[in-house]
Design a protein around this ligand. Sequence first.
Ligand SMILES: Cc1cc2nc3c(=O)[nH]c(=O)nc-3n(C[C@H](O)[C@H](O)[C@H](O)COP(=O)(O)OP(=O)(O)OC[C@H]3O[C@@H](n4cnc5c(N)ncnc54)[C@H](O)[C@@H]3O)c2cc1C
Length: 98
Amino acid sequence: MHTELGVARVFVDRCVQGLLDGELTAEDAAGAKYWTTDLQCSVIDRCLQLFGGYGYMEEYPIARMWRDARVQRIYGGTNEIMKEIVGRAVVAARVSER
Ligand SMILES: Cc1cc2nc3c(=O)[nH]c(=O)nc-3n(C[C@H](O)[C@H](O)[C@H](O)COP(=O)(O)OP(=O)(O)OC[C@H]3O[C@@H](n4cnc5c(N)ncnc54)[C@H](O)[C@@H]3O)c2cc1C
């Protein structure tokens, strides 16, 4: 988990730098959105598991975090659409290479 979060941080930092430099591509922005929100859900799910049954109880903040994390993959453009943006860019780049 520590490694996954470190990798995500490096990628997001690169995207932020790309934005500041005016070089951020739509596919990298879309990749950052879907990758980090997928990771967020995966990490928070594993954190909830640590609490066992209590992790599912409203009294524990981890339950709220788990529920709130889920919408990240929906709003801001759903992750399926983000993947479509990445996929289209990859195909377009391959086609232009020919
Ligand atoms: C709380 C909340 C706040 C929001 N705020 C904003 C906002 O401020 N600005 C804004 O622009 N939008 C906002 N949205 C919209 C959000 O970003 C999504 O674009 C929107 O929720 C998707 O439309 P839908 O819910 O009707 O799902 P649908 O478009 O009906 O999609 C349903 C499911 O099918 C999947 N799907 C759809 N098309 C494809 C495809 N071609 N390939 C694979 N899977 C596909 C989707 O990923 C989704 O999982 C918000 C949404 C929510 C829930």
